[in-house]
Write a protein of this length. Structure first.
Length: 341
């Protein structure tokens, strides 16, 4: 009995040693830390901006791609009020025969369903078209102008050749009743292959015209001759035009003709040998004024040749910018009385 007990005790002790020897200490389990992705730079999308080459104002791409056209518009008393001038980016005004002024208007950013009355071309209006390299709407012209159009193969949109682009308004009597539209003129431009890239690079700077040190200009009067005068009054950031003491408006909606900039380019205007037609010097140099934002600056202008740009500089010879917006550009004779207040 005693021997059996010893045997049992030996078995139990042996079993314990075997269990302890076979048991391994558990090793800690290492949990891999999650990987942190590197920060990536997200590109910032910048929306491209577009600016009108003729007004300096921001426009959308569709407007930027509008075809630019010129139109010669009458300004006799029977032609007033005209149609479409308030949609023009730039309007040039100068003399024609008999002391009566005439316009050539540039349309690009704006549209008008009615433009006119359209009248005949003169050689100095052709010089403006050559400066901008743009097609122009007209009805006939002086013999000198017609010869220039033919000899230089200019981009003429003469009503006498392209009658379907124009119409007569029966409310007025001829020849003061010929009209077109920017839509019709642009269609003709596409048909003729006249669409061109801008060649004139006008300078614009809004901050320049915020300078309170500039001379004030709340009103401008231009006494062109004994038959005609025009004036501009500053209101709400624009200049409102009057002709012969009467406010100028658009015929269809009666809105005033309002422009951000007024340019006064002084040059020589002389009667030709025929005693009727005029020579207007647009090539060379001269003086004048640029007026905007209730202020004015005396300027010098220069133009090298018929196709070069008219450059504007201040009295120190620095480039003189326009204010972003529409411009009315007066080309006047040295004898014109200019009164700026």
């Amino acid at each position: 009995m005693k021997n059996k007990f010893k045997l049992l005790l030996c078995i139990i002790i042996s079993t314990c040693f075997i269990s302890v020897g076979c048991t391994k200490k558990a090793e800690p389990i290492s949990t891999p830390s999650p990987s942190i992705p590197a920060k990536t730079e997200v590109p910032v999308k910048t929306q491209q901006k577009y600016f009108s080459p003729y007004t300096g104002e921001e426009v959308n791409k569709e407007i930027l791609n509008n075809i630019a056209v010129l139109a010669i518009v009458e300004n006799s008393e029977t032609a007033r009020p005209q149609s479409g001038l308030n949609a023009a980016d730039i309007v040039y005004e100068t003399m024609a025969e008999g002391g009566i002024p005439r316009f050539i208007a540039l349309f690009q950013s704006g549209d008008s369903k009615k433009v006119g009355p359209i009248r005949s071309a003169r050689s100095y209006f052709l010089d403006i078209s050559k400066e901008y390299n743009l097609p122009f709407a007209h009805c006939g012209g002086s013999q000198e102008a017609l010869d220039d159009i033919s000899n230089e193969n200019l981009m003429s949109m003469n009503e006498m050749t392209y009658a379907s682009t124009y119409w007569r308004d029966t409310i007025r009597k001829a020849p003061h009743n010929l009209y077109s539209s920017t839509g019709k003129l642009r269609e003709l431009v596409k048909t003729k292959g006249y669409a061109k890239d801008p060649t004139v690079k006008l300078k614009f700077d809004k901050s320049y015209w915020n300078d309170e040190k500039l001379d004030k200009a709340s009103s401008i009067l231009l006494k062109m001759n004994k038959y005609y005068n025009t004036s501009y009054s500053y209101k709400d950031g624009v200049y409102l035009k009057s002709m012969d003491g009467k406010s100028s408006t658009n015929n269809e909606d009666k809105l005033p003709l309002a422009f951000k900039n007024i340019v006064v380019q002084i040059t020589s205007i002389k009667t030709q040998k025929d005693g009727i037609h005029l020579d207007i010097s647009l090539i060379g140099t001269g003086d004048g004024y640029v007026i905007s934002n209730g202020k004015f600056v005396k300027m010098h202008w220069s133009k090298k040749n018929p196709t070069s740009q008219t450059l504007l500089t201040d009295e120190d010879g620095n480039a003189l910018p326009l204010n972003p917006g529409k411009t009315w550009w007066n080309v006047i004779d040295k004898s014109t009385i200019v009164d700026i207040k």
